[in-house]
Design a protein around this ligand. Structure first.
Ligand SMILES: Cc1cc2nc3c(=O)[nH]c(=O)nc-3n(C[C@H](O)[C@H](O)[C@H](O)COP(=O)(O)OP(=O)(O)OC[C@H]3O[C@@H](n4cnc5c(N)ncnc54)[C@H](O)[C@@H]3O)c2cc1C
Length: 482
C-alpha cells in the first residue's frame, strides 16, 4: 500500500528544506521530503572539494528569515553552509519530515483520484500535491574520453571528491576550468608535485573580495538590532546592479568586462599566457567567476595550463591533440553537471499521459506547467541566475506555491493548474526578452542554451521583478477545480 500524505517534496537541499519550512510556518504538517541521499544539504553535502565555498556573499546566500550573524568569511565555506542548512531544518522541525535514501523514480498523475502517485526506491507514495526540489547540479557530467576506464590511478569528479587519494607529491591532472576548478586549483597546487590544468574555454574572472569576518564584527551582527538585515540589503542591491547588462542591454556589460581585463592584466604578466586566458565571448554569456588566487596558482612553477584538445586517457596520463602525453597519477574531472538528466530524474507524467520531459522546458514563472495539476517546480526553467543568489529565487517560488495552496484551501478545491494560455503568453514574452540578451548575442555556447540555442536556464531580469511577479498567484492565470 502506498504511503498517503498531503504533499511530497522531492529533494532536501536549499529548495526542499525552504519549502518544508514555509509549510511548517503556515501550520501545515502533512508532508514528507523524499531525499535520495543519506543526509540533507544537496550541493553543500556533495561538494567537499578543497576551497569549496559560495560565490555570492553569504549574508545573501541564505534564507531571508534566517540571517546568520556567525558566517566566518564573506564567502562562507561549504561546511558552514551545510551546517547552516542542518540547523535551519532542525529549528523548524523539518528534519522530522525527511525520508532518507528514498529516490523518486516516477511521478504520475491519477486524474480520476486527483492524486499524484510516486514510485520510489522505498515503495509508493500518494499525495495531493508534489513540489520538485531535486536541483539541477547533482549528477556529474564526465566526458566520454577514449581510454578513461584504463587510467591507472584514482580518477574522480569534483563533486565526489576522493578524500582517500592523497595528492601530496603526486602528478595531478585537472580537466575543466569552471566554477569548481577555479576554487580548488589554488588549494591543491601547493600540495601536488605537478598540476596540469586542461582548459577548453577560459572563464571571465573578477577578483574575489573574500575576507575573514572578524569576531568583533560577528559580535556586532549578533547584538546590533537590524545590522544583519542592513548588511544583507547592501549586498543584495550591490549585486543587483550587475543585472543591468542582463536586464537592460548587453552594452552595459562593458564595465564588467573592463574589470575582468584589468584583473587579468594585473595578475598575469606573460602576454602569451594572458592571451590563452582571455575569453573570446562577451562577459556574462557564461557565469562570471570570482577568484583572486586562480591566476597566481596557474603561474606557479609546478603548474601547467594546457589548451590543446584532449584526445584520450592513457593508463599513465592524458594525451592531447599536439601529440603530447601529460603524465598523471590522479585525474580530477571538474567538468560540471548533467543538467538535463538531473531535471528529468523525477519522470513526471501529468494529465493525459503528458510528459514533463517534453512539456516542462517551459513553465509559468518556472514553477507551474499546464497539464500538471498541483505540481510545482523550484528552480525550474528560466529561473537560474548569473549575478546573484538563487536562494532569493527559491524563496519567491515558495511564496508563489504557498499562494496556490491558499487558493486551494480557500476554495475547498481539489486542483490548481496554470492555463495553457497564461503559460504561452508568459513564455512568448520571456523568449522575446532573452533573444536580445547577452546569452544569445554574446557568442558563446554554455549550458544555459539548449540544443536549438534557446535559453531554458536563466531569468533575464532583475530579481526584484521576479519577486513582484510571483508574489501572489493570479487567479485569472490558474484554473481551479473541485
Ligand atoms: C559547487 C557549487 C557552488 C555553488 N555556489 C552557488 C552560489 O554561490 N550561489 C548560488 O546562488 N548558487 C550556487 N550554486 C548553485 C546551487 O546548486 C544552488 O544555490 C542551491 O544549492 C540549489 O539548491 P536545490 O535544493 O535546488 O538543489 P540541490 O542542492 O542540488 O539539492 C537537491 C536535492 O535533491 C536530491 N534529489 C535529486 N533527485 C532526487 C530524486 N529523484 N529523489 C530524491 N531526491 C533527489 C539531491 O540528492 C539533493 O539533496 C552552487 C552550485 C555548486 C555545485
Amino acid at each position: 500500500m502506498p504511503v498517503t500524505t498531503g504533499i511530497v517534496i522531492a529533494g532536501a537541499g536549499f529548495a526542499g528544506i525552504g519549502m518544508g519550512i514555509a509549510l511548517k510556518k503556515a501550520g501545515y504538517h502533512d508532508f514528507v521530503i523524499l531525499e535520495k541521499n543519506g543526509d540533507l544539504g544537496g550541493t553543500w553535502r556533495d561538494n567537499q572539494y578543497p576551497g569549496c565555498a559560495c560565490d555570492v556573499p553569504a549574508p545573501l546566500y541564505s534564507y531571508s528569515y534566517e540571517l546568520n550573524p556567525s558566517w566566518t568569511r564573506v564567502f562562507a565555506p561549504q561546511q558552514e553552509i551545510w551546517d547552516y542548512l542542518r540547523a535551519c531544518a532542525a529549528k523548524y522541525g523539518v528534519d522530522q519530515h525527511i525520508r532518507y535514501g528514498c529516490t523518486v523514480q516516477r511521478t504520475d498523475w491519477d486524474d480520476a483520484a486527483r492524486r499524484w502517485g510516486l514510485g520510489t526506491s522505498q515503495g509508493g507514495y500518494r499525495a495531493r500535491a508534489v513540489v520538485s526540489g531535486g536541483g539541477a547540479l547533482h549528477i556529474p557530467s564526465i566526458p566520454d574520453l577514449p581510454g578513461a576506464a584504463d587510467f591507472g590511478g584514482p580518477a574522480f569528479h569534483s563533486s565526489h571528491w576522493d578524500h582517500s587519494a592523497d595528492l601530496t607529491g603526486r602528478r595531478v591532472a585537472v580537466i575543466g576550468t569552471g566554477a569548481s576548478a577555479i576554487q580548488f586549483v589554488p588549494e591543491i597546487a601547493r600540495q601536488t608535485d605537478t598540476l596540469t590544468v586542461f582548459q577548453r574555454t577560459p572563464p571571465w574572472l573578477h577578483p574575489r573580495p573574500d575576507v575573514e569576518i572578524p569576531a568583533r564584527v560577528r559580535g556586532a551582527l549578533k547584538t546590533v538590532p537590524g545590522a544583519p538585515r542592513a548588511l544583507r540589503n547592501a549586498v543584495y542591491w550591490a549585486l543587483e546592479t550587475r543585472a543591468l547588462g542582463f536586464a537592460v542591454s548587453p552594452k552595459l556589460m562593458a564595465p564588467l568586462e573592463a574589470m575582468a581585463r584589468r584583473h587579468l592584466e594585473s595578475q598575469v604578466a606573460d602576454p602569451g599566457l594572458r592571451a590563452r586566458l582571455t575569453p573570446d565571448y562577451t562577459i556574462g554569456c557564461k557565469r562570471i567567476l570570482l577568484s583572486s588566487t586562480y591566476y597566481p596558482a596557474l603561474q606557479r612553477p609546478n603548474v601547467n595550463l594546457v589548451t590543446d584538445a584532449i584526445t584520450g586517457i592513457k593508463p599513465d596520463g592524458v594525451a592531447t591533440a599536439d601529440g603530447t602525453m601529460h603524465q598523471a597519477d590522479v585525474i580530477i574531472y571538474a567538468t560540471g553537471f548533467n543538467v538535463i538528466e538531473s531535471v528529468n530524474a523525477l519522470n513526471v507524467t501529468g494529465r493525459d499521459g503528458r510528459e514533463l520531459k517534453q512539456e516542462g522546458i517551459e513553465a509559468y514563472h518556472g514553477i507551474t506547467v499546464a497539464g500538471f495539476p498541483n505540481f510545482f517546480m523550484l528552480l525550474g526553467p528560466n529561473t537560474g541566475l548569473g549575478h546573484t543568489s538563487v536562494v532569493f529565487m527559491i524563496e519567491s517560488q515558495i511564496q508563489h506555491i504557498m499562494s496556490c495552496l491558499r487558493i486551494l484551501a480557500r476554495d475547498q478545491a481539489d486542483t490548481i493548474e496554470v492555463s495553457a494560455e497564461a503559460l504561452r503568453r508568459y513564455n512568448a514574452g520571456l523568449q522575446r526578452r532573452l533573444s536580445r540578451a547577452v546569452w544569445s548575442a554574446g557568442g558563446c555556447r554554455s549550458w544555459y542554451l539548449d540544443a536549438d540555442g534557446i535559453n531554458r536556464a536563466l531569468w533575464p531580469g532583475f530579481t526584484f521583478e521576479y519577486w513582484a511577479r510571483t508574489r501572489r498567484a493570479r487567479r485569472g492565470d490558474y484554473a481551479v477545480a473541485r
